[in-house]
Design a protein around this ligand. Structure first.
Ligand SMILES: Cc1cc2nc3c(=O)[nH]c(=O)nc-3n(C[C@H](O)[C@H](O)[C@H](O)COP(=O)(O)OP(=O)(O)OC[C@H]3O[C@@H](n4cnc5c(N)ncnc54)[C@H](O)[C@@H]3O)c2cc1C
Length: 473
């Protein structure tokens, strides 16, 4: 857990350049960009642990719990640049460039009495041909006719036409898929788990634009879709090192410091008040919270302004992060796995893939459980029984007998829900108040809600601050 850092109030003669509300990836990246530019900042995080949705901590046995299973894709340019700057890029363990789709027995006529694993091996060719090669070699997901339909259906995307994607925000991905004449089997096997992995939202409820943007991004560069895992828990490998980097450059970080109110005077945001009644002043404020917290902090009258209108209207997807420890290796797969027709749209065996999880030569599966809307009503035992049943269908060695323990972390409001129309509601960094900025993965940086999106949003907010005249020398 992140220890509280003693906070000394800023000197009256040296007002802070910025207060950053929220110590998740967006808030910490904003602190890093400000510190590197020689600006002063204070980060206020409401939870005792930093990292937001990327946070991790340990249970009583010393085993790692996380808010979410996180993979770092090759195309995360902003993230990888930041990791290099901080000197922690070596913590990303790159997996083979393969997208693996798991299908339970009998999932379709193409899957027999045992689970099938389709591995899309990206071939050694420039993008998008490396991905086209992967699809051409597929055995279960696409037959020859479907490969042709896939190629013609996704052609505008493979050609990188972003404006085409933008025009598809009014319909769901499933509707777009059917309109393009692509098969139902392809939808259920490939795109349904992809939608759930991307936004914890089913393919018949997610905006087509949100999905098409990801496809465009996956096709944008040779390694964009290659997955990497951290070589240990995110708080130890990524969050604390970034926090340390910014502390060394004079940034103050306070955890267990909930901002209850933004303070305004003469059309400026002058600072914040925390829930324990303290006030902090600064030249700028960056609101780097999830969208539902931003909606609580922005004054209701401001939410009518077109710049931030969407903040009050975007909703969030629920998800549950499942942790399943087994007493032996239950799978031969160590890469990221997309699971069709199960409650495990995306999962990975971090015990085998990542040494820092301390479960070497045994299986520790982290599982994003979605859709979780209805599961939120069930107690943990009931959810674990259902997820274990799906795990057993994919990995027969994953049984009650081999399971050592299972734990869930519920995130009732995770990332913004990318329903049709939501993409247009995503705000930019600017607000109607010139010195108040928004950051966070829900803001519009032409990227899905992700660590990369969060860090891009931080860059945009800090660029906004750096573009303004300085109040002092
Ligand atoms: C299960 C799961 C799996 C995921 N998998 C991936 C993945 O594989 N790859 C990927 O790129 N992304 C993944 N994501 C998404 C990624 O975690 C988020 O996009 C990213 O963490 C968002 O960062 P953020 O800083 O915008 O928001 P957050 O991480 O939510 O951080 C916001 C912070 O603000 C704090 N806060 C809120 N209100 C206040 C207040 N009033 N005062 C002070 N502090 C406040 C919060 O406590 C939080 O720490 C996953 C998310 C989940 C839930």
């Amino acid at each position: 857990m992140q220890a509280n850092v003693a906070f000394e109030p800023p000197q009256a003669t040296a007002p802070l350049d910025a207060i950053i509300v929220g110590g998740g990836p967006a808030g910490l990246a904003a602190a890093k960009y400000l510190a590197d530019a020689g600006r002063s900042a204070l980060v206020l995080e409401k939870r005792p642990v930093l990292g937001g949705k990327l946070s991790s901590w340990r249970d009583r046995d010393g085993d790692i719990l996380e808010t979410g299973l996180h993979s770092f894709f090759g195309g995360y340019e902003t993230v990888h640049a930041l990791l290099r700057d901080v000197g922690i890029a070596h913590h990303v363990l790159w997996q083979p460039h393969t997208l693996t789709f798991a299908m339970p027995p009998g999932f379709s006529q193409r899957v027999g009495p045992q689970a099938a694993f389709e591995e899309f091996h990206f071939i050694d060719a420039p993008s998008p041909f490396n991905g086209i090669g992967a699809v051409l070699n597929a055995r279960y997901v696409f037959n020859a006719w479907e490969k042709l339909l896939f190629a013609t259906g996704t052609l505008p995307i493979l050609l990188g036409d972003h404006r085409y994607a933008e025009r598809q925000d009014d319909i769901t991905y499933a509707d777009w898929h059917r309109k393009r004449g692509m098969s139902e089997h392809m939808l259920q096997t490939f795109f349904a788990p992809m939608a759930l992995a991307l936004n914890f939202t089913p393919a018949d409820a997610i905006s087509a634009e949100a999905m098409l943007r990801v496809m465009a991004y996956f096709a944008s560069s040779r390694d964009a879709s290659r997955a990497g895992f951290l070589d240990g828990p995110p708080n130890e490998r990524l969050i604390e090192p970034i926090a340390e980097h910014v502390r060394e450059r004079g940034v103050r970080i306070e955890s267990t410091a909930r901002v209850a109110e933004l303070l305004f005077s003469d059309g400026r945001c002058t600072g914040v008040r925390t829930s324990d009644g303290r006030t902090f002043e600064a030249e700028h404020v960056i609101l780097a919270t999830p969208v539902h917290d931003a909606a609580k902090l922005l004054p209701p009258e401001m939410l009518r302004d077109p710049l931030v209108y969407g903040v009050g209207r975007l909703t969030s997807s629920p998800v549950i992060n499942g942790h399943f420890w087994f007493d032996r290796p239950i799978s031969a797969h160590t890469n990221l796995i997309f699971g069709a027709g199960t409650l495990l749209p995306v999962h990975a065996d971090l015990g085998q893939a990542s040494p820092g999880y301390g479960w070497r030569n045994k299986s520790f599966l982290e599982v994003c459980i979605a859709p979780a809307d209805d599961l939120m009503m069930l107690d943990d035992d009931a959810v674990i029984v259902r997820v274990l049943a799906d795990l057993t269908r994919l990995y027969p060695l994953a049984t009650k007998q081999t399971l050592v323990k299972a734990k869930l972390v519920r995130v009732p409001k995770s990332v913004y829900r990318a329903s049709p129309g939501a993409e247009r509601l995503r705000p930019g960094a600017r607000t109607p108040v010139a010195n108040l900025f928004l950051a966070g993965c829900y803001t519009n940086h032409r990227f899905p809600a992700s660590i990369e999106g969060a860090m891009r949003s931080a860059r945009a907010a800090v660029d906004g601050i750096l573009a303004r005249p300085r109040a002092r020398a």
